[in-house]
Design a protein around this ligand. Structure first.
Ligand code: HEC
Length: 127
């Protein structure tokens, strides 16, 4: 169903080659990157925009991947609270809301990238 929604969105937007703004639950394409609406897709987004600091041993102080994966597999939800984007540290940092520093520190990402993470969390953070 999600693939079909994405294809419909492509027709509606008439162009599929760049910058498709996904509807809820659909994958998004930003430049050459395709981010699915599951953990693998969101993780790829983090690889592209966060890993320079948040991979193992980076200046961000923690590895987003192992930390979030551990949370999704039964740890205490903090970075990602399934079903509650605004209560999730990752979303707060990406939107610059709450007490956390804005992430990435160089400035917030494009709206559709933030919305993709937000929808994934609000959909229950499916793996
Ligand atoms: C240029 C380096 C850099 C990039 C890129 C970056 N971060 Fe960070 N991040 C940091 C540093 C340094 C800290 C710790 C200090 C602070 O909070 O300002 C941090 C802290 C955080 C925190 C707060 C942790 C806490 O609970 O205090 C979150 C959440 C976070 N980053 C998420 C992200 C996400 C998501 C991305 C990508 C969209 C990202 N960061 C990209 C450097 C970076």
């Amino acid at each position: 169903m999600r693939v079909r929604a994405f294809i419909v969105a492509c027709f509606v937007l008439t162009s599929c080659d760049d910058h498709i703004i996904g509807e809820a639950g659909a994958e998004i394409v930003s430049g050459e990157n395709v981010y699915d609406s599951n953990w693998a897709g969101v993780e790829l987004l983090f690889v592209d925009y966060c890993d320079v600091c948040h991979s193992d041993g980076g200046s961000g102080g923690f590895d987003l991947h192992t930390t979030i994966a551990a949370e999704l597999n039964g740890g205490d939800p903090y970075y990602v609270v399934p079903g509650d984007a605004s209560g999730s540290a990752v979303w707060q940092a990406m939107t610059g809301t709450g007490a956390l520093s804005t992430m990435p520190p160089t400035g917030v990402l494009e709206t559709e990238l933030i919305a993709h993470v937000e929808e994934w969390i609000n959909d229950g953070a499916p793996q």
